[in-house]
Ligand binder design. Sequence first.
Ligand code: CA
Length: 167
Amino acid sequence: MLGIVAKIGVITAVIIVIMVAFQVSSSIPQGVSATQRSQFTNPGFETGNLNGWTSGSTTSTLGDRSQSGTYSCHFDMSGTPATDYISQSADLTNAESISFWGMGESNSWPFSIYIDGTLVQTSHAVPNTWTHFTVPVSGYRGIHGVSVKWSGGPGTYGADIDDFSLS
Ligand SMILES: [Ca+2]
């Protein structure tokens, strides 16, 4: 008899938990996801190429040194900022910041970040160490051209970048 009472108690508790869970889930407004953000196309270069990006002639992808996944974008040491760059248009309306990871080959040369062709930040790469960089963009609304250029060349040092995101 006591066993049956205990079982009924457990079943009642389970039903209450299910009802509470249903009420919580149904109270979340449908169709209103967290703030809608556009993201970069091919942000981590995992297509193995620069699809989605406009890039300079000494800019490519490499498959042996990514921050995550398999591929990263590589700025060759033979290039200059005119040829070691990538660029993509992004909707910055709901973005607080752009972030990406960068790594220099051997010395602390800068990545230069441009929005619509205007230099907004210079961030120095750490030699042989992936480093996370953040660029504040809360003042921007709408679609803007985002570019990163590398200033380690020509003939000195290359660099890699990976994993762009808007947050
Ligand atoms: Ca990657």
